[in-house]
Design a protein around this ligand. Structure first.
Ligand SMILES: Nc1ncnc2c1ncn2[C@@H]1O[C@H](COP(=O)(O)OP(=O)(O)OP(=O)(O)O)[C@@H](O)[C@H]1O
Ligand SMILES: O=C(O)C1=C[C@@H](O)[C@@H](O)[C@H](O)C1
Length: 398
């Protein structure tokens, strides 16, 4: 992290003065005990960061210590600091509490909340850490904490992480780690309860990840995964959608696709990856409304890059005679997405990869792993089912 990241104002510099500040993240309470860190038997994470902005009184810097304290100093690029034993728990009037909700790691995932408390010894002092930066740092710190918990402290309901496979796309990535898998499973269990057997229908353009993300979700939910294109291929006894298009035409394929969706809609406990064009027939929405529909909204450029990487052969609507794979894919997808954008927006839940990337402080949507996307989808589905608001970025609690 460069110094410029934290230099939004003079106060920022003071806050992060290495001589006086040592932020920390603490896990409050022990998992699966009735310690103060737990509410209703659920694990609580309290991220505590107590700093003073009064540069003349550095000795007042202090923060809460807990059994599983993970220092954030490396995350903030500082290595020194004064650590006083403990700051009184409670809410003095000069503590502002911020609920950080970078979408999938928000209150519902970590009951009751991830909290970052910023304490200033000057009443009314505002927080000057840029939110996106804070989110990013907290996220990294959280990953370590969860790793620590899942390795050392899990009892009871904490799912085993052994034997979990990380999809190839996740290899070498932070999200591929045990903690992401743990979060995915935990969210899967919670959403499973809300779904009450209803299926999830993933809609979105070709290459949007319906199959990749859908398979991960189905595993987390204990649901069956179904690819409606494959379902149609099997029903017709043909090898590929491309072959069906070639031999029988698009209308024939669409009829079978509708038929497949109708059949699938009466079966519960499934994650269905629909064909990219399933949304264009209104009757298909009638079928999908039997479950929860989720639109994976991915920028056309990212779609074209993904499809170009594997070629356009298997996607008849993009397999033009001339042009390099990226250009063919981009032009085809761009045209289709214009025609379909309104239809896609009829889905119960929309997961925009651009928004998710922004929320997680990731620069490019291609850096979002399928697991991160799957977790986000589950979080949004849960909110939808609970009738809650669809997006909270940062709430400040007075
Ligand atoms: N998050 C991701 N990051 C990078 N590549 C991805 C991601 N998700 C999927 N892909 C890749 O994009 C390609 C298309 O993914 P996938 O088959 O899951 O999409 P789809 O929506 O099911 O497509 P279609 O509707 O054409 O069947 C695959 O090669 C897959 O590996
Ligand atoms: O977007 C589309 O219209 C399509 C997407 C694929 O999943 C296949 O259903 C088929 O290639 C058509």
């Amino acid at each position: 992290m460069g110094k410029e990241d934290l230099s939004a104002s003079a106060e920022t510099n003071t806050l992060f003065d290495s001589r006086i500040m040592k932020p920390s993240i603490s896990v409050e309470g022990k998992p699966n005990t009735s310690s103060p860190g737990e509410t209703g038997g659920r694990r609580t994470l309290l991220l505590s960061e107590f700093v003073s902005t009064n540069a003349r009184r550095p000795a007042t810097y202090s923060w809460v210590h807990h059994p599983h304290t993970v220092s954030l100093e490396s995350l903030f690029g500082r290595t020194t600091g004064v650590c006083a034993p403990c700051l009184t728990r409670g809410s003095p009037s000069n503590i502002s509490t911020f609920f950080l909700s970078p979408s999938w790691m928000e209150a519902s995932a970590w009951s009751p909340a991830l909290r970052v408390s910023i304490c200033s010894n000057r009443v009314g002092q505002s927080l000057v850490i840029p939110p996106s930066l804070l989110r990013q740092r907290i996220y990294r710190g959280l990953s370590r904490i969860v790793g620590h918990l899942s390795l050392n402290d899990c009892g009871g309901p904490c799912p085993s992480t052994r034997g979990d496979r990380a999809p190839a796309l996740e290899a070498g990535n932070l999200f591929a780690s045990l903690e992401a898998t743990w979060l995915l499973k935990k969210k899967g269990q919670e959403v499973w309860r809300c779904l009450d057997g209803r299926s999830i229908f993933l809609v979105g353009m070709m290459g949007s990840g319906k199959t990749t993300v859908g398979e991960i979700m189905s595993e987390a939910l204990g649901y069956t995964f179904v690819d409606s294109d494959k379902y149609v291929e099997r029903a017709l006894g043909l090898d590929s959608v491309a072959q069906i298009f070639k031999q029988c035409g698009e209308k024939f394929f669409r009829d079978y696709e509708s038929n497949a969706l109708q059949k699938l809609s009466v079966m519960g406990n499934q994650v269905v990856a629909t064909g990219g064009g399933a949304v264009i027939r209104p009757v298909n929405w009638e079928y999908m409304k039997q479950g929860v529909s989720v639109y994976l909204d991915v920028p056309v450029d990212a779609l074209a890059r993904r499809i170009a990487a594997v070629g356009t052969n298997s996607r008849p609507l993009l397999d033009f005679d001339s042009g390099d794979p990226y250009t063919k894919a981009f032009i085809g997808l761009f045209t289709l997405s214009k025609k379909r954008s309104q239809s896609y927006s009829s889905a119960d839940v929309t997961v925009s990869l651009l928004d998710l990337a922004a929320n997680l402080g990731v620069e490019d949507v291609s850096d979002l792993t399928p697991t991160a996307i799957a977790i986000e989808v589950l979080v949004r589905v849960e909110k939808f089912l609970r009738g809650g608001i669809d997006r909270i970025d940062i709430r400040m609690c007075p």
